[in-house]
Design a protein. Structure first.
Length: 453
């Protein structure tokens, strides 16, 4: 008789590529859950102790370090044992979140947020650099699909947990036994956060034990901190990113795709109200369409990605997905009816999911281990910069175009209104289209080089 436990383990092995990657994915899942819980709890605390200005300071403390320190983190993760870096960051973040319930000022919260973000900047590239060492090459596209699910699929779970903690806090905060723990919604969120990071740290320890032979190899060749050498490696990392055509194209494509599509974050509500005439639930419907599209794209790549092992074919598919995302965003901004807008935004999400998975897969499979941490840190820095530009300047650009552009145009007997939000989203689509042309140029260069070889 077949043991059902063995069947389950066999299915998990086929899905994740190896039991070692499954363990890493589990660590990422609980870490992502902790990140979302922490972000929600910190935002609530910031508003309580420092109003809207305090919230802006705290969010800035979570974003700004990545703009300037991300590549330094990449240098360190390429020099140090990555398992130990992840363990330190998990237990370090657990300790910080355990202290946050006792924070009384906005500056204490900002300082804690800076420390937490610094450890997150070390954890993420360490995880990305380890991933290709745990699974066969043909499983990497599926692994990146699963990684995307762990990162963003935990957000609704985190919001549900926070709702549950709100109800629990109301019954616990009056109990004398818990008075010293400052029990409320935020503090329970922080304590739950602490548990998620402790759990992740334990999972990383167990992964290191599973890979004990690789841990020794991981330590060999890793170096102690040397600021002179680290600066050279910092420059070497960026030189590699800028001078290597495929890596440059993938980083540029991923970053500009987020720059263009990221405009939907500050402008989605305005687009729903001014262009589509949607009610209070309209934006949620659009967001659901986008998320559903991303899910379909990610699952599609997960299913068919194993058949695409050539980096040139992956780069071609990456370029076509960028072009599709551009078309989806421009079409969504052009439609004034719900059906057309939702279909277009879903198509944008589908292409965006493909872009994400294939882009990360190309970097995992083409970048050598000793540079991988710096490359992914550079990518995350670019992504943060592009998202910051979208969030900060999207609304300003929309307002500017509202004041200078004509109110409507007529083509072939049909009129089309031109609010600033529509023009700004069109511009976002053109930015993505430009990045797809840049990737096409790189694809032609790589093909010529391949033929010459």
């Amino acid at each position: 008789m077949t043991d059902p436990t063995n069947n389950l383990l066999g299915r998990l092995h086929r899905m994740f590529g190896s039991k070692e990657y499954f363990r890493l994915w589990q660590a990422q899942f609980v870490t992502s859950l902790g990140d979302w819980l922490g972000l929600i709890a910190i935002a609530i605390t910031a508003e309580r102790v420092g109003s809207e200005a305090g919230l802006a300071l705290v969010i800035g403390a979570r974003v700004i370090p990545g703009l300037f320190l991300g590549q330094i983190a990449g240098v360190l993760t390429d020099r140090w044992n990555r398992y130990r870096v992840m363990m330190f960051c998990d237990f370090g973040r657990a300790a910080m979140f355990a202290l946050l319930p006792f924070v009384d000022t906005i500056w204490q919260l900002v300082l804690a947020s800076l420390i937490i973000e610094a450890m997150t900047l070390l954890w993420i590239p360490s995880k990305e650099a380890l991933l290709p060492t745990l699974i066969p090459k043909e499983h990497i596209a599926t692994a990146n699909s699963l990684s995307l699910g762990a990162t963003y699929g935990t957000f609704p779970l985190a919001t549900a947990i926070m709702l549950g903690l709100t109800a629990l806090a109301s019954s616990l905060e009056t109990a004398p036994v818990f008075s010293s723990l400052r029990i409320d919604q935020e503090s329970l969120g922080f304590y739950a956060n602490t548990l998620t990071f402790i759990c992740s740290g334990v999972l990383v320890i167990s992964l290191a034990k599973m890979m004990h032979g690789s841990v020794k190899a991981e330590s060999q060749g890793r170096k102690k901190a040397d600021f002179t050498a680290s600066f050279r490696e910092f420059a070497e990392g960026w030189r590699f990113i800028v001078m290597t055509p495929l890596v440059r194209a993938v980083n540029f494509g991923l970053a500009t795709a987020l720059l263009g599509a990221g405009l939907l974050i500050p402008l989605g509500v305005v687009f729903n109200e001014e262009v589509l005439g949607g009610g209070p639930t309209g934006y949620s419907v659009l967001a659901t369409g986008l998320g559903s599209g991303v899910a379909v794209g990610v699952v599609g790549v997960s299913i068919f990605g194993r058949r695409i092992t050539s980096s040139l074919v992956q780069l071609e598919a990456f370029m076509m997905a960028l072009a599709g995302a551009s078309l989806g965003l421009i079409a969504a901004a052009t439609f004034s009816i719900w059906v057309g807008a939702i279909i277009s935004i879903s198509f944008l999400g589908l292409c965006g999911g493909v872009v994400y998975v294939l882009g990360f897969t190309l970097l995992h499979t083409t970048v050598d281990d000793d540079l991988r941490g710096r490359v992914f840190s550079g990518l995350y820095s670019l992504i943060r910069i592009c998202l910051a530009v979208s969030l900060v300047f999207g609304t300003l650009l929309s307002a500017l175009l509202d004041s200078v552009a004509p109110s409507k145009i007529s083509l072939f007997g049909a009129s089309l209104t031109l609010p600033g939000v529509r023009l700004t989203l069109w511009l976002g689509g053109l930015i993505i289209a430009g990045s797809s042309l840049f990737v096409l140029k790189t694809l032609n260069i790589e093909r010529s080089r391949d033929e010459a070889d």
